[in-house]
Design a protein around this ligand. Structure first.
Ligand code: SUD
Ligand code: ADP
Length: 304
């Protein structure tokens, strides 16, 4: 049982509105230029109580198939912060029973695991009075997407994700997320990208300081792309069906894949038009058992 006032963190889905690959480091990691934003859809992490060692239980619609083992990003984040900033009593570092409510599909290009790691760091930082400067080096080691998930605010991501620059203030647009239930491996998609010819030389994308409407945002996004979409599609052809389905919905302004896939998003004039589109898509594709979510952005303003 979870107590109503148990400390909790929400771990919001990250969406790459565009993703350009600009180079490659000597260690093989790809350099990116990407606009990362956050959707209302979220996992939830709860600190259920004290324990002798860090422990984790998982529930929620996508909890099955995700192990609560040492590799889980919640436990890895908890232990990494514990080692740096944990409070000790009688010679023992404080540990907790953690619970993860997994609402976001796994390995799906919306950074659910990264968001969980960042949410766990925020939650435990409150318990142990750790500041953001302590969290960042830990976040970077946990994964390329974890730093942007700390603030969960729109940011332009560069480097491999560790360089965060201000993003435009977002409009109150509608967002539809659709995942066809097929997990996609991020390293394999990057490998397919490299095998398919690699980097396209192009001028850096222009981004204004704000967008006042979904239409203005989409006008600029139309000059960008997701470089991982074609390689992901070659590995997982159903992504093409998802993109075509989103693009055919009423009032859809843009249909694109997020991250390394397979989740795709649609941009709509406002959250209600996105919810209406989701209702129509769910009726059309009920037999396919796709995961859908519709609403708005989590935060519209950048933190940097
Ligand atoms: C592609 C992106 C875009 O936001 O999102 P997702 O599809 O994961 O949501 C991220 O860069 C993914 O970040 P993240 O999922 O944290 O990746 P990591 O665990 O650090 O890396 C997994 C593997 O992907 C490859 N990788 C990852 C990031 C990067 N910039 N270049 C890479 O080549 C590497 O082979 C690495 O071993
Ligand atoms: N709490 C977690 N949630 C999701 N995936 C996790 C978690 N902990 C570890 N993982 C592992 O991290 C990998 C990437 O997961 P995820 O962040 O969902 O992918 P993506 O960034 O593509 O959406 C998967 O192989 C998964 O097994």
């Amino acid at each position: 049982m979870t107590f109503p006032d148990a400390p909790q963190a929400t771990a919001h889905a990250k969406i790459n509105l565009f993703l350009h690959i600009t180079g490659r480091r000597d260690d093989g990691y790809h350099l990116l230029d990407s606009l990362a934003v956050f959707a209302g859809a979220a996992d939830r992490i709860t600190l259920e109580g004290p324990a002798d060692t860090m422990s984790l239980t998982i529930d929620g619609p996508f909890g099955q198939g995700l192990e609560a083992d040492d590799q889980n990003l919640v436990l890895r984040a908890a232990r990494a912060l514990q080692a740096k900033a944990g409070t000790a009593f009688n010679g023992l570092t404080e540990s907790f029973r953690l619970k993860l409510e997994k609402n976001l599909p796994v390995s799906s290009g919306i950074g659910g695991g990264s968001a969980d790691a960042a949410g766990t760091l925020r939650l435990l930082a409150r318990e142990w009075n750790a500041d953001q400067a302590t969290l960042f080096p830990i976040a970077e080691k946990l994964g390329a997407d974890v730093p942007v998930c700390i603030a969960q605010r729109p940011a332009r991501m560069q480097g491999i994700g560790e360089i965060l620059a201000p993003a435009p203030v977002l409009p109150d647009a509608g967002l539809l997320l659709v995942n066809p239930g097929v997990g996609v491996s991020t390293p394999e998609v990057f490998r397919a990208f490299a095998a398919g010819g690699g980097i396209t030389e192009r001028p850096q994308a222009f981004l204004p300081t704000r967008w006042d409407s979904a239409e203005a945002m989409v006008a600029d996004l139309n000059a960008t792309t997701n470089d991982l979409q074609a390689p992901a599609l070659s590995q997982c052809p159903v992504i093409g069906t998802v993109l075509a389905s989103i693009g055919s919905l009423p009032e859809c302004l843009l249909a694109r894949m997020s991250g390394s896939g397979a989740t795709c998003f649609g941009i709509f004039p406002n959250p209600d038009s996105a919810k209406n589109a989701a209702r129509i898509l769910n009726e059309q594709s009920a037999r396919l058992n796709w995961w859908t979510w519709a609403g708005g952005f989590h935060h519209t303003g950048s933190s940097t």
